[in-house]
Design a protein around this ligand. Structure first.
Ligand code: URA
Length: 215
């Protein structure tokens, strides 16, 4: 009996060692994220579930200090089930690279996990139904900084009447997490020739890097 128990313990140790070699440091966090991802993928809580092709839970590292939160999946994201993979996503990937991170080093998600028809702004009741998923992601990941991309994301974390131009440039707090609101990459694309907007976003990202000790 004793020998059998020793063998079971030995096997568990071996498995834990193997998983840690694979980079799985916290089995609990990994499985919580996996469970949440499953839940989001099958969610039927709001009418967006009727028109989506795929829910888009988010992707990246759950061991990260840095999270990017956008508004909602667009067409390409809905097709692929991945966040920020269209044109705006390519620009976001470049911004992340300029901050000396790889895309897989940070966590990228949205306020709502399903695409609104015709990419309309998500409705208040859709955000209400979906917000538990984002809260759970914040609990699992526990980032130091959230970059809120665009007005919808900024409004979710920061209660202010200010527009993005006035709001950006400063760090705010949300449940002990620092929040940097900045212009959405789609807005940068729509104003491609405007170097001032580009410069403002970069200034915001430099402040984020300073908080995270990145040079
Ligand atoms: N815009 C967003 O806000 N999120 C995406 O995932 C893609 C585009």
């Amino acid at each position: 009996m004793r020998k059998k128990a020793d063998k079971v313990i030995e096997d568990i140790k071996e498995n834990v060692k193997y998983l840690s070699q694979l980079g799985v440091e916290s089995i609990q966090e990994d499985s919580a994220e996996e469970t949440l991802r499953e839940k989001i993928s099958h969610c039927q809580e709001c009418p967006l579930s009727q028109t989506r092709r795929n829910a888009v839970p988010g992707e990246g590292s759950i061991k990260t200090d840095l999270m990017f939160v956008g508004e909602a999946p667009g067409r390409e994201e809905d097709i692929q089930g991945r966040p920020f993979v269209g044109r705006a996503g390519q620009l976001l990937t470049k911004i992340i690279g300029a901050m000396k991170y790889r895309r897989e080093d940070v966590f990228i998600t949205n306020i709502v996990k399903c695409r609104p028809p015709q990419n309309r702004v998500p409705r208040k009741e859709e955000i209400e139904k979906c917000k538990g998923y984002l809260f759970k992601q914040l609990e699992i990941i526990s980032p130091k900084v959230i970059v809120a991309l665009g007005k919808s994301a900024a409004d979710f974390f920061i209660h202010s009447q200010l527009g993005m131009t006035a709001l950006r440039g400063d760090l705010y707090e949300f449940n002990d997490i620092k929040v940097m609101p900045t212009f959405h990459p789609s807005y940068l694309i729509r104003n491609e020739g405007n170097r001032k907007i580009k410069k403002m976003v970069w200034e915001d990202m430099k402040k984020v890097m300073a908080v995270l000790g990145k040079k």
